[in-house]
Design a protein around this ligand. Sequence first.
Ligand code: ZN
Length: 248
Amino acid sequence: MRYFILSDIHANLEALEAVLAAVEASRYDRVICLGDLVGYGANPNEVVDRIRALEPTVIIRGNHDKAASGLDTAKDFNPIARLAARWTRDRLTPDNQTYLAELPAGPQIVDDLVEICHGTPYDEDAYLFDEGDGLLALATARRPLCLFGHTHVPLVLRMTADGLELEHVNGGDTPHTVALQSEGRCLVNPGSVGQPRDGDPRAAYAIVDTDTRSVSLFRQRYAIDEAQRKIFTAGLPGVLAQRLGVGR
Ligand code: ZN
């Protein structure tokens, strides 16, 4: 079984379409989505429609999906994120708003090998940046591979004989493949499709192969200038367009 993993799309239709076009070449069986379909970008309805059409096997909500669907007031968001959440909420169709509001919270078990969460297995809204967060996440994960998003930074975290190993995956032109060990848990963040924050502006996604017990992390170029143009035209904060250009 090969799972196509999408996380943190953030209403960036250009990035999503580029990733979907790229992944067609590599076979996959099922789609899994780690949340934050909307927020920041200019195409919330188009992105939600596209994801719904893919019929993900397992999909969970992100904090921006909660804010945009009215489940959360976004009071903890920074002013720009809150503004984007309100903008998104005003434009989502009632049907798409209901779809986002009804997305399940993470963590969710996918199969014997894989579980997913938006932030961490212990709190859907917590950010996993460092070893401290990682230890708790490893301790609360229930499957050998736990996929997470939320930080928009590709990351591999696992316990080895030498202790906790935290690896930032800097995307080159070839995919980065992680082999799962027979023992212990591994946490992997595939990075963000629509708003990368690791300094590489290309869209990020992953493929999990349960037969070879491996995760491959990919980067994909897309029409950043078009996504930026739409953000400016929509009247969203210009910084949301600028950050796409630098991947921060
Ligand atoms: Zn996000």
